[in-house]
Design a protein around this ligand. Structure first.
Ligand code: EPZ
Length: 423
């Protein structure tokens, strides 16, 4: 298993290009199941999760060409030959469950493994099931798999009221509703930019969707969808991650392609901490010119609140802020696994259930640390940029899921990082 070595203490200056969003691409790719015509995604990120979704879609009968020109993903599905999303794939990547809605809509049945728990939480699918059953689907759990079947005439439009604004459930129901008979209204829908991006792509394919990005999404079913070409939206989590690099290490970094509307709540917190975030013609520029960031309190919420996927990275920054910060993680039940690793670097953190208190220290010290999940891993890299000495982050395969060419990008702004291949 590979490791990444970070030698801290160097100021970071320059530009980083932000890639297309992993969490948008993982919802856009299954949309190919909804049409016989080709779907082409541009600005797609080159990540291991994209490869996993490619393998899954190919196992269902879709054609997915190798990525060309860097970022173009060409998909087509003339008809699913298989309707089973195997446990072995789904357990590795929960987003595999996003084939459920499209398969039900297009084929009338699907067998999708329950993902099982993952490092950050139990991650059940009850909200997905609730929504699809409201549309007439019959879903039974057997041997760890969801066996789903649409009514004979196909799924019906329905009123779907979500108890929680689940991103994946909103995506599954929205995709299923595009081909249902009648109109579906989703209330308490997730409002993440990835939902808006999926709705834009489905609309390009001929779907009739209103209200994406608000709490209520209306989808009028149509008979069929046609092919389309769609640019994947910028990755707001990669963006927020790299915005923190100069905050921890000092300097000024311009994130090319960055959009303030994608990270407003996060940028507001940086502003509260005394960090300058400015919009430029090419993206977002972040500078830490004078002194130590101030401690701030953070509570994660569904969009447009502070994103849970930036909580670990923010904690790394707060470890060396001046004062004491409290982070409340309200989305997942076990998303502080980066805390004990940061404490190995000298951070002062107390975790009580969903709340972590961070007392800022003068300087972190480099140490060997263990990556546990995607966002926890990158928080350790960020901490290493500011730490004295050498930090070795082990099990970096977690990082490859969500950060394209991280070492090259950080080296490009002056960081001393290298990847060493393990046994
Ligand atoms: C998406 O996961 C993202 N993944 C996650 O990013 C992100 O953390 C999450 O949304 C929240 O923003 C992708 O888009 C591929 P949810 P998703 O359904 O859809 C509970 C990353 O690091 N829940 O909004 O699975 C669930 O257990 C990943 O890039 C139910 O209880 O998130 C969790 O506590 C990590 N029942 C909360 O809701 C359900 O049926 C949020 O889940 C569904 C969800």
């Amino acid at each position: 298993m590979d490791s990444i070595i970070v030698r801290g203490g160097r100021e970071l200056n320059g530009q980083i290009a932000i890639a297309g969003a992993k969490n948008a691409a993982l919802a856009l790719m299954p949309a190919t199941l909804l049409s016989e015509e080709p779907l082409t995604l541009t600005n797609a990120p080159r990540l291991s999760d994209i490869k996993t979704m490619t393998t899954l879609l190919q196992s269902l009968g879709a054609e997915v060409a190798p990525m060309r020109d860097g970022q173009v993903l060409a998909l087509a599905c003339h008809g699913a030959i298989n309707h089973v999303a195997e446990y072995d794939i789904v357990r590795k990547m929960r987003a595999s469950n996003l084939v459920l809605g499209p398969l039900l809509a297009r084929e009338g049945h699907a067998i999708v493994s329950l993902p099982g728990g993952c490092a950050i939480g139990a991650r059940p699918m009850d909200i997905h099931i609730h929504g699809l059953e409201a549309m007439g689907a019959e879903i039974a759990l057997k041997d760890g798999y969801l066996h789903a079947r649409a009514p004979l005439g196909g799924l019906k439009g329905a009123q779907v009221d979500f108890p929680f604004a689940s991103v994946g459930a909103t995506e599954n129901v929205m995709m299923a509703a595009t081909l249902a008979r009648g109109t579906t209204v989703i209330t308490n829908a997730a409002r993440e930019p990835e939902i808006v991006d999926l709705a834009e792509c489905l609309t390009r394919m001929g779907a009739r969707i209103d209200g994406a990005g608000t709490r209520a999404i209306t989808i009028e079913g149509v008979d069929r969808l046609h092919g389309a070409t769609h640019p994947v939206v910028t990755d707001r989590i990669e963006l927020g991650t790299y915005m923190l690099a100069p905050v921890l290490a000092g300097g000024a970094v311009e994130c090319l392609g960055g959009r303030l509307d994608l990270v407003q709540a996060f940028a507001d917190k940086l502003d509260e901490a005394g960090i300058e975030v400015t919009e430029t013609a090419a993206g977002l520029k972040v500078a830490r010119r004078n002194g130590t960031p101030k401690a701030v309190n953070v509570t994660t919420e569904p969009f447009p609140g502070f994103p849970t996927d930036l909580q670990a990275q923010m904690m790394a920054m707060l470890c060396t802020a001046s004062g004491t910060s409290v982070l409340e993680e309200t989305i997942f039940e076990n998303r502080f696994m980066h805390a004990p690793e940061l404490m190995r670097m000298g951070a002062e953190i107390e975790v009580h259930g969903g709340s972590a208190t961070v007392r800022g220290v003068e300087r972190l010290k480099g140490a060997p640390v263990m990556a546990t999940d995607l966002r926890a891993s990158v928080s350790l890299i960020l901490a290493g940029l500011a730490a004295e000495g050498e930090t070795v982050v082990n099990r970096v395969y977690h990082l490859d899921r969500g950060y394209e060419q991280l070492v090259r990008k950080l080296s490009g702004i002056g960081a001393d990082v290298e990847r060493v291949h393990g046994q």
